[in-house]
Design a protein around this ligand. Sequence first.
Ligand SMILES: Cc1cc2nc3c(=O)[nH]c(=O)nc-3n(C[C@H](O)[C@H](O)[C@H](O)COP(=O)(O)O)c2cc1C
Length: 202
Amino acid sequence: MDLMQAIKSRRAIRKFKTDAVPQDALDQIIEAARLAPSGVNSQPWKFKVVTDPAVKEQVFLATRNQNHVRQAPAVIIICADTMSYHKGLRERFKELLDNGIITQDDLNGMGLGDLITSEEAADLEKFAPSAIFNTAIATEHMALMAAALGLGTCWVHLFDKAAISKLFNLPPWLIPVTLLPVGYADEDPEPRPRKPVGEIMF
Ligand SMILES: Cc1cc2nc3c(=O)[nH]c(=O)nc-3n(C[C@H](O)[C@H](O)[C@H](O)COP(=O)(O)O)c2cc1C
């Protein structure tokens, strides 16, 4: 399947068959996320694939009764990881500092001074918007990969983030952003309407 076919065939799927998703397909979906681009290659994301029905039920309970989350044989928990900025960028910026490409003043001016000095992940909260933005790219990579493999997904963003954090005992720097139920579609929805090109160009 070429890319445009995958883009066109992907739908938000809210009815799934019970058939398990082959491990190889899950691996390819995660690989598609791993290869996604991110600002300064920060890769600020972490994923967990949930297939255990008891755990999946707990995830479902955090989703305002979104039954597709309960029904899907696998649900990928997608988190933004602000700690990536701490670990990754710290080293990257150090290289730039050491080579005289930027100065500490430049970093301070960019609001990144703390990144070089702070050991506290909690101080990195200001990077959550960037981490979430980048994580969305990885999420759509997964949705498109799944579509290319003949699997259905649905972005699920309406859920109780605190409940998911508690369920998986997440540290504060891992922010649950999206749940992605994955499975074989048990429905074939029509394409949902999109604005015409003339309306989205300026
Ligand atoms: C950021 C985002 C959040 C979404 N949250 C939910 C959600 O919580 N539950 C749900 O059933 N669908 C959710 N959706 C699916 C959208 O409703 C769906 O993508 C949109 O109606 C377009 O339909 P299509 O995906 O079939 O093209 C979400 C989609 C995106 C991109």
